[in-house]
Design a binder for this molecule. Structure first.
Ligand SMILES: NC(=O)c1ccc[n+]([C@@H]2O[C@H](COP(=O)([O-])OP(=O)(O)OC[C@H]3O[C@@H](n4cnc5c(N)ncnc54)[C@H](OP(=O)(O)O)[C@@H]3O)[C@@H](O)[C@H]2O)c1
Length: 310
């Protein structure tokens, strides 16, 4: 398995995860062959001293500034749209997209990010305005690629059509939550506020028809529930599909002598359409468990059993 396909999520770096630990995790990730760091302008406002985002980007900025060679080693992805304003969130107007990208670049201390994401939907603004602003991020050199998170598939398709019509860079990446087990359809997961935040069968179908698009999977380890008795799966995961899947997952993990979460990451990377897992870790031990995916090349029979555990 290619470790460079893993993305390191840095949501809590500089807030819940202290500077020293965060830096040690980034260093170890990069030393192991990891290349991609995911952040957002709003991380992590709900844990920060002033209730505002920016701590994660600022920490990455300090890490980059400590050694001029580091910028060449990593790809940086950040997001706009979900920073609170007092009365709601900032949204995706052209003014916000361009202004906030500049602020992100400043906090990160870089001239360009590798991916700039629309973090969540803003239906108060015309999609054409948002799409044109993201196109401008690329033409102005602020971003290399643009992606879209927490949007329903029909809006992604419409945004890509608008970009084609306007002759600007389209969204080519999707960031959604998915894992080996999924919540019951029609339920909401506490703490997951985006109505269209989960990969669905429709997403899979769309990606199979559009192999040029990349999927990044957020919260792939369901807060560590696969490995930890102190972190039970939220109640909405309690259904027969989960029981079957966990039985097969645990059997494969036991046979391989690794944590179930390592097999979850291996499966996300191996299945079609492939997903790049965004790994959230707060200790070096948790990072090691994720990096153990490097030694796992799932055999076709294992993959088939995991895909269809009935
Ligand atoms: N686009 C979006 O809207 C969105 C939303 C959420 C997240 N994200 C991205 O996705 C990344 C990951 O999100 P997440 O933190 O929600 O992911 P997650 O996979 O659901 O949970 C990560 C947490 O699981 C626990 N964990 C991980 N590995 C473990 C192990 N081997 N053993 C025991 N516990 C383990 C840790 O909890 P403790 O730290 O408590 O020990 C860790 O912080 C974020 O950093 C961010 O970049 C994007």
């Amino acid at each position: 398995m290619d470790v460079s396909r893993l993305v390191l999520g840095t949501m809590y770096f500089g807030t819940r995860t202290d500077e020293r630990t965060s830096v040690a995790i980034i260093d170890a990730f990069v030393a192991a062959g990891g290349r991609t760091l995911d952040t957002a302008n709003c991380y992590a406002f709900w844990c920060s001293a002033d209730g505002r985002g920016g701590d994660s980007e600022r920490l990455l900025g300090r890490w980059l500034a400590a050694d001029a060679g580091r910028r060449q080693l990593v790809e940086i992805a950040t997001k706009v749209g979900q920073e609170p304003t007092g009365s709601g969130v900032e949204g995706l107007s052209a003014e916000v997209v361009l202004r906030e990208c500049d602020r992100s670049l400043e906090r990160l201390g870089v001239e360009t990010v590798d991916v700039h994401w629309a973090h969540g939907e803003d239906r108060s603004i015309s999609l054409a305005e948002t799409v044109t602003a993201f196109g401008e991020l690329v033409t102005s050199g602020r971003a290399r690629r643009v992606g879209v998170s927490n949007h329903p598939t029909w809006r992604v398709e419409r945004a890509r059509r608008l970009a084609a019509d306007a002759g600007v860079e389209p969204f080519t990446l999707l960031q959604l939550s998915t894992s080996y087990v999924e919540p019951r359809p029609g339920t909401t997961v506490e703490g997951k506020d985006h109505r269209f935040g989960f990969v669905t069968d429709e997403t899979i179908d769309y990606l199979q028809e559009h192999p040029e698009l990349e999927l990044w999977a957020y919260s792939p380890l369901v807060q560590g529930a696969y490995d930890r008795a102190d972190r039970p799966f939220p109640q909405v995961y309690d259904h027969p599909g989960t029981t079957q899947r966990l039985a097969v997952l645990r059997a494969v993990a036991e046979r391989r002598g690794v944590a179930p979460s390592t097999i979850v990451l291996a499966w996300l990377l191996a299945r079609r359409p492939q997903a790049r897992p965004i790994v959230g870790v707060s200790t070096l031990e948790q990072l090691d468990a994720a990096l153990a995916v490097a030694d796992i090349d799932l055999e076709p029979e294992e993959l088939a059993r995991l895909d269809d555990p009935r």
